[in-house]
Write a protein that binds this ligand. Structure first.
Ligand code: MD5
Ligand code: FE
Length: 203
């Protein structure tokens, strides 16, 4: 059953489950073209999460800052196109939550191994906050931190499992959030990995 997290945010449990095979097939193509890499933050830290992207633009980090770029800095080439199965799933999930006409131009793909984490942050490198963000969890479970509008607001812990889709929009689009360090709970299909796809309209 759908679980409402906030006024504009829902967890759709196992919403992606029927599409996992074609998603992983498409991900294989993407990572052959633009491999997972560990980006360096402006603060000089190497991210524990590995990242790649597909779509018209991809999210990047380096010593100079965070930005969306139409060229993958590792390959010097455009990011791989967004697969139809990705786009269709993201649009269907958004629509189910009342966000019709979602047109993501980017999908950021995060890979977590045991111990990897994402510290509390807001997603605000996009220019259009009226569009939701759709996130698809695959592989090992994670404890997601769903915070408030201030960094100091105590986050709620939400477990996310293989196949779960979360839609964050409206008043919940700019909430602080993060992922606690992953425990090693190997998954039958993905082993000791968690993959998260996040669909964004960046401009
Ligand atoms: C993840 N990724 O599980 C999460 C899923 C990221 C990131 O946070 O920036 O790559 S997306 C979670 C999200 C997105 C937008 C808003 C909110 C959560 N929120 O308001 O809680 O790898
Ligand atoms: Fe985020």
């Amino acid at each position: 059953a759908d679980q409402q997290l906030g006024e504009g945010a829902w967890v759709l449990r196992e919403y992606a489950s029927a599409h996992v095979d074609p998603i992983l097939e498409a991900l294989g193509q993407i990572r052959r073209h633009s491999p997972f890499r560990h980006m360096i933050t402006p603060g000089g830290y190497t991210m524990s999460v590995g990242l790649t992207c597909c779509g018209l633009v991809g999210w990047t980090a380096d010593r100079k800052g965070y930005r969306y770029a139409d060229i993958d800095p590792e390959t010097g080439q455009p990011w791989p196109p967004m697969p139809d199965v990705f786009l269709a799933l993201a649009q269907a999930a958004a629509r189910r939550c009342g966000y019709d006409g979602f047109e993501p131009d980017s999908c950021l793909i995060n890979r977590y191994v045991p111990g990897a984490r994402l510290s509390l942050h807001q997603d605000k490198d996009e220019t259009d906050f009226s569009a939701p963000i759709v996130s698809v969890s695959l592989g090992m479970p994670a404890l997601f931190q769903f915070g408030g509008h201030k960094r100091s607001d105590r986050p709620e812990k939400i477990p996310l499992f293989h196949g779960d889709v979360v839609v964050w929009g409206g008043p919940d689009r700019l909430r602080y959030h993060g992922v606690l360090p992953l425990k090693d709970n190997p998954h039958p299909l993905l082993g000791s990995n968690r993959i998260n796809l996040t669909f964004r309209k960046t401009r």
